[in-house]
Write a protein that binds this ligand. Structure first.
Ligand SMILES: Cc1cc2nc3c(=O)[nH]c(=O)nc-3n(C[C@H](O)[C@H](O)[C@H](O)COP(=O)(O)O)c2cc1C
Length: 270
């Protein structure tokens, strides 16, 4: 008996066309997505490495930023010894609700040291608490102070060399940071928000465009150190990636091009 071949129904045909169309369109979109282009353009290949050797690189900016003339606040020696690492890792959780009790300056000092403090020397150069590609340290740390005992509210820059804070802008920036942070209230409720920025040319000087990737990786290292140090101090913290870049850059006073804010990290009492 001859086998009966059933014809494809028009609706099935339509579904197939839509499916093929969607897949092709989807591929097209993902091929042209900025994220994919960023990833592929900064991927290492041998030919790319050679090309990069010949490409002109930006001059190396100073590895330490400072604000001459700013009021300087020396920080207490960061000599706290807390819980063992394994316990801090187990206990770490994002905390978004804080008590209104102020942080102590010694706690801020300890966290800044964990973030970017000088911890030794390598080939005659100072090295810091978080790793950095080529020891070029593109990350700068600012502190928006909301509630710290004995420290006036305002925006400060962490001077790595001096282990001190430099006051950039005095004032209450709680509503500004909440608004820049897409209305995330914990940014204003916390004792402080650490703002991690990057001076791109420090790392582009050696690694070219791939250096951009390293900047994001390095901010992750710094933020993780802040998290674990906060846990060990009995404090709560949360890392924050959702914010309006131009607003935070403006708040900190950076141009968003040569130096841009990458990541925020709020810390407060639980
Ligand atoms: C890159 C990154 C960005 C994040 N951004 C935010 C944020 O904008 N707001 C927020 O409340 N939490 C943010 N988080 C925290 C995550 O929501 C949190 O880590 C996740 O829910 C897991 O919970 P846990 O940290 O308690 O383990 C971010 C975490 C990372 C790693």
């Amino acid at each position: 008996m001859k086998e009966k071949i059933s014809p494809i129904s028009p609706s099935l045909l339509l579904a197939i066309v839509i499916l093929i169309g969607t897949t092709a369109w989807g591929e097209e979109v993902s091929k042209s997505s900025i994220g994919e282009r960023f990833h592929s353009s900064t991927s290492l290949t041998w030919s790319g490495v050679l090309e990069d050797l010949l490409r002109a690189k930006p001059k190396l900016p100073p590895l330490y930023k400072n604000y001459p003339g700013a009021k300087k606040i020396s920080l207490p020696k960061p000599d706290y010894r807390g819980m063992v690492l394994e316990e801090a890792i187990e206990k770490r959780r994002s905390v978004r609700e804080y008590s209104s009790r102020p942080l102590e300056l010694s706690q801020v000092s300890q966290i800044l040291f964990a973030a970017q403090g000088l911890t030794g020397g390598l080939h005659g150069k100072p090295v810091r608490a978080a790793p950095s590609a080529g020891a070029l340290y593109p990350v700068e740390v600012y502190v928006i102070v909301n509630n710290v005992d004995g420290l006036q509210k305002g925006i400060y820059h962490y001077s790595v060399l001096e282990h001190a804070l430099e006051l950039i802008k005095p004032g209450d920036f709680r509503s500004a940071i909440i608004s820049a942070g897409l209305k995330q209230e914990m940014l204003g409720d916390s004792g402080v928000t650490f703002v991690l920025s990057a001076i791109f040319d420090r790392i582009r000087h050696k690694y070219g465009e791939r250096g951009f990737r390293y900047v994001y990786m390095e901010c992750g290292h710094v933020s993780q150190n802040i998290s674990l140090q906060a846990v060990s101090l009995g404090l709560g913290s949360v890392s924050v990636g959702a914010f309006l870049d131009h607003k935070i850059n403006e708040l900190i006073g950076v141009d968003g091009k040569r130096e841009a804010v990458i990541y925020l990290h709020s810390v407060g009492r639980i």
